[in-house]
Design a protein around this ligand. Sequence first.
Ligand SMILES: Nc1nc2c(ncn2[C@@H]2O[C@H](COP(=O)(O)OP(=O)(O)OP(=O)(O)O)[C@@H](O)[C@H]2O)c(=O)[nH]1
Ligand SMILES: [Mg+2]
Length: 277
Amino acid sequence: MPSLAVDGRVSHLALVEWVLPNGVRLKCAVARSSGVYTLVAADELERDDSVLEKAVNIAAGLRSVTNGKPLTRLSRHEKRNVVVFVNEQCLDYVRFVLFGVERTGKSSIFSLASRGMLRPEYIPTRRPVVAPHFARFSDLLEIDDLSSTDQWFLVANRVLTLYDLPGSREYWRLWSSYLKRADVGVLVLRSTRRGIARAQVVLKRFRGQLPSLLVAIANYQDAADAVPPMVIERILGLRTYGMVATDFDRVDQIRDMLKTVAITMFQSNSVGGTSLI
Ligand SMILES: Nc1nc2c(ncn2[C@@H]2O[C@H](COP(=O)(O)OP(=O)(O)OP(=O)(O)O)[C@@H](O)[C@H]2O)c(=O)[nH]1
Ligand SMILES: [Mg+2]
């Protein structure tokens, strides 16, 4: 395949597809800059331009990260910088934002999903929190086979990030900036008539600022007067999942729900994730 000048210094030389002995199909882009070749492998669903762009960006930036030194001569610290740089260029993220009025169980859901733990007591959230911490996934590039790595935040080779916002009205002005950048908005509500009414107020107030993919979690399904998720789904007009965020046995359920929604999103965008090999 002929090389194509991208910015005068970097050229992407090839985009090839190959099949591993285990039958997995990969798509690889090779880019060259200052005599250094960069190969980025992605799964077959990823768009060609996305794989090429990653290879070109890494090739273009690598020299400044390594100060022109060969990779074999880098110190531990410099190698770390390379890993961080490549991660940033390669990883695709799916950003979930939990929002909803106070005391609906957002932080309890956040804790269950991200730490696999219950929150011992109610502490009102005062600033947005995100999981996983960067350090948790910055080593992913060193894993040979990501598909065999079972982490709650990995789905189809993408990193799922979960944001927990403070629910009290005084913090609502903060929400817009998070909701605007969200891939998936998760409206958390109590499954009572009053909880539904309060969720409707939120939906109305933030209309026009919500991400196109929006789901609801009907929490407090253990309440005596809990309205079933299917009924809430019809009232709100949103795909709704039932939850009891104080039930430790729901860890897998909440994690599966996040992954299912993320996969639905990829399918509707028909974009695959980058394979970090
Ligand atoms: N019974 C029951 N209690 C729950 C459930 N989910 C959360 N709680 C309790 O509800 C209270 C509020 O939970 P949080 O997760 O802190 O609520 P929040 O939405 O993060 O609240 P803010 O940070 O103020 O916005 C805590 O005492 C939780 O233990 C549930 O499904 N059932
Ligand atoms: Mg909270």
